[in-house]
Design a protein around this ligand. Structure first.
Ligand code: PLP
Length: 523
C-alpha cells in the first residue's frame, strides 16, 4: 500500500476484498483509484491557454510573488473526472436514503434549483442599487412573511447562515434585551442534557455559563429540575422541540410559563421544525426566539451540498433587537433597513456582511409555494409516519430508547440489544456502509447509551424504507448470530476501511506538502 505524506493510503488495500480478489491497479469495479489533485496534476502544464501577460509596472511595491504558485495543472476533462470520481466515493441524498437523525437530510426538489438559477435572481449583486433588485427584495419579504406565519411569530431575522449562526443571533438578541432592561447580570443559560452540541457552545461563546437541565425517564425536560434552576441569574433556556430524542416536549407551554415567570427568555432550537411545520406554531407555545434551518425543513441542500441558512423568528419582546438588515415596503417599493438608527436603533448589529443566503431564500420560497399550506402540513405528518414505521419494524430486533408511545420524526434506539454480541454501535453503523446505506447518527443524543438515531424524512417511499429496514434487520440478525467478523473491521467494501476518527478529529492534518520535486516555473 502506498501512502501519501499525510499518512492517507493512496489506494485501497488489497485485502479490502473479502473474496481475496484484488485488482492490479487499485481500481474497483468501474471505480478508479484517485490520488490527490496535486499528485495528479503536476505543475509543468496548464489546462488553459492564455496569451503572455503584457509587462506592466506593479503597484505592489516589491511585494509580488516571484515563486510559482504551485497550482495543479489539469486539462478540463482531467479536472472534471477528478471531481466526479471523488463524488463517487461519497454518499449523497441523490444516491440513497440518508438516515442521519437530527440532520433532516431530505430530497432537494429540482424545481428549487431551477428557480434559484433564474438569471434575475442568480446574476444579481448585493451592492446593486435596491431599485434594480426589487423582485429579489420582495422575495425576501415574502419568505419572511411565510416564516412568520408558519411559526406564529411577529419578526424574523433572515441573515444568519446556519442553525448555529441562528442560535448566536437569538442569544445576542436576548442579551441585548436583558441589557436594555438593566438585566445584564443574568449570565446563565439552561439547556437539557440531550441538547445538540451547538446549544451550549453558542451560549458559552456569548459569555454565558451553561447549566444542564435533567431529563425524565421518558426523555423529556424534567420540570421540577428546570424550576429549581431558574432564577434571577438565568438569561434564557435553550430547548429543542421536538427534542433530540425525537419526542415532543409535551410540557412546552409550562416550560415557557416557568421561564417567563423567572424573567428569562425561551430560545427554541427549531432544527426539528420539519416534524411540526404546518401543525404547530412555536409562537403559540411561548417561544421567544427560534432558528429555522432552511436546509433542513425547507429542503435547501446541505452537508456537502451547499451553504445553509438559519433565519431566526423573534417574539414581540425581542423583535426590536433583531439584527439588520430587514425588509420594509411602502408606496415607493421594497427597501432594506441597514442602519441601526431611527426605528432600528436597538438592533444589536449585523450577522453577516450582506443580506444572507439569497440562493437558499429562493429555494425555500419555491418549496413553500410548491407545497402550499396543506402540503407543508403533510410533510410533517409523513415525516412522523415514516419514523414510526421504522421504529415499529425494528423494535422486535433492536431496542428503542423510549419504547412507550410513538416518536416524532426520528426513531431512537440504544445499544441494549447488542449486549454480549461483541458488536458496538460503531461496528453496526460501519457495517451499514457495506450494505450500501449511509449510517444513522451514532452516539447522539448523549443521554442514550450507544444511541442510534434514524431520521428517514417524509421524502422516502414505503419501498425505499422497506429496503433500508430489511438491510438493517439482516445486519441485526447477523450481529445476534455472532458474526462479529462482519462488523469488527467494517466497512470492508468502502474505498477506505475503518479510519481512526478520534485521531483525525484530535490531530487533523490540514496541510499538504508537495511530494514531487520543487515546483517548476509555469512556463
Ligand atoms: C442541525 C442542528 C443544529 C445546527 O444547525 P447547523 O445548520 O448545522 O448549524 C442545531 N441543533 C439541532 C438539534 C440540529 O439538528
Amino acid at each position: 500500500m502506498s501512502m501519501n505524506n499525510v499518512g492517507r493510503p493512496t489506494r485501497p488495500e488489497a485485502s479490502n476484498d473479502d473474496a481475496g480478489f484484488a485488482s492490479l491497479s487499485g481500481g474497483r469495479g468501474l471505480l478508479q483509484d484517485e490520488p490527490l489533485i496535486f499528485e495528479l496534476g503536476g505543475w509543468t502544464k496548464t489546462g488553459v491557454d492564455l496569451p503572455d501577460a503584457v509587462p506592466a509596472d506593479s503597484a505592489l511595491a516589491g511585494l509580488t510573488r516571484d515563486e510559482p504558485i504551485g497550482l495543479p495543472g489539469l486539462s478540463e476533462p482531467e479536472a472534471v473526472r477528478h471531481y466526479v470520481r471523488l463524488s463517487q466515493k461519497n454518499h449523497a441524498i441523490d444516491l440513497a436514503l440518508y438516515p442521519l437523525g437530527s440532520c433532516t437530510m431530505k430530497h432537494n426538489p429540482r424545481l428549487n434549483e431551477k428557480m434559484a438559477r433564474l438569471p434575475g435572481l442568480s446574476d444579481i449583486h448585493p451592492l446593486q442599487p435596491q431599485s434594480t433588485v426589487q423582485g429579489a427584495i420582495e422575495l425576501m419579504d415574502r419568505l419572511a412573511h411565510w416564516l412568520k406565519t408558519l411559526t406564529g411569530m411577529p419578526a424574523v431575522a433572515l441573515s444568519p447562515k446556519a442553525g448555529a449562526h441562528g442560535e448566536l443571533c437569538g442569544l445576542l438578541a436576548i442579551r441585548a434585551a436583558h441589557e436594555a432592561a438593566g438585566n445584564g447580570h443574568r449570565k446563565t443559560v439552561l439547556a437539557p442534557t440531550s441538547a445538540h452540541g451547538t446549544n451550549p457552545a453558542t451560549a458559552a461563546f456569548c459569555g454565558y455559563t451553561v447549566v444542564e437541565i435533567a431529563q425524565t425517564d421518558d426523555g423529556r425536560v424534567d420540570l421540577a429540575d428546570l424550576e429549581s434552576k431558574l432564577g434571577d441569574h438565568v438569561a434564557a433556556i435553550m430547548v429543542t422541540n421536538p427534542n433530540t430524542c425525537g419526542l415532543f416536549e409535551r410540557d412546552v407551554v409550562e416550560i415557557a410559563r416557568l421561564t417567563h415567570a423567572a424573567g428569562a427568555y425561551f430560545y427554541c432550537d427549531g432544527a426539528n421544525f420539519n416534524a411540526i411545520v404546518g401543525r404547530v406554531r412555536p409562537g403559540d407555545l411561548g417561544v421567544d426566539a427560534m432558528h429555522i434551518n432552511l436546509h433542513k425543513t425547507f429542503s435547501t441542500p446541505h452537508g456537502g451540498g451547499g451553504p445553509g441558512a438559519g433565519p431566526v423568528v423573534l417574539s414581540e419582546a425581542l423583535a426590536p433587537f433583531a439584527p439588520t438588515p430587514w425588509v420594509v415596503h411602502d408606496d415607493s417599493g421594497y427597501r432594506l433597513v441597514e442602519e441601526a438608527v431611527g426605528p432600528a436603533a436597538q438592533a444589536f448589529g449585523r450577522m453577516s456582511a450582506f443580506h444572507g443566503q439569497m440562493g437558499m431564500y429562493v429555494r425555500a420560497y419555491a418549496y413553500m409555494l410548491s407545497h402550499g399550506a396543506d402540503g407543508l402540513r403533510q410533510v410533517a405528518e409523513d415525516a412522523v409516519l415514516n419514523a414510526n414505521y421504522v421504529k415499529a419494524r425494528l423494535s422486535d430486533l433492536m431496542s428503542p430508547a423510549f419504547p412507550e408511545g410513538p416518536c416524532m420524526h426520528e426513531a431512537l434506539f440504544d445499544d441494549a440489544w447488542l449486549e454480549d454480541t461483541g458488536v458496538t454501535t460503531l461496528d453496526f453503523a460501519k457495517a451499514m456502509i457495506d450494505e450500501g446505506f449511509h449510517p444513522m447518527t451514532m452516539y447522539f443524543p448523549l443521554v442514550v447509551h450507544g444511541a442510534m438515531l434514524i431520521e428517514p424524512t417524509e421524502t422516502e417511499s414505503k419501498a425505499e424504507l422497506d429496503r433500508f429496514i430489511d438491510a438493517l434487520r439482516l445486519l441485526a440478525e447477523a450481529a445476534k448470530a455472532g458474526e462479529t467478523g462482519r462488523f469488527k473491521n467494517a466497512p470492508h467494501l468502502a474505498p477506505l476501511k475503518r479510519l481512526d476518527e478520534t485521531l483525525a478529529a484530535r490531530k487533523p492534518k490540514l496541510k499538504w506538502k508537495p511530494v514531487a520535486p520543487a515546483p517548476l516555473a509555469a512556463e
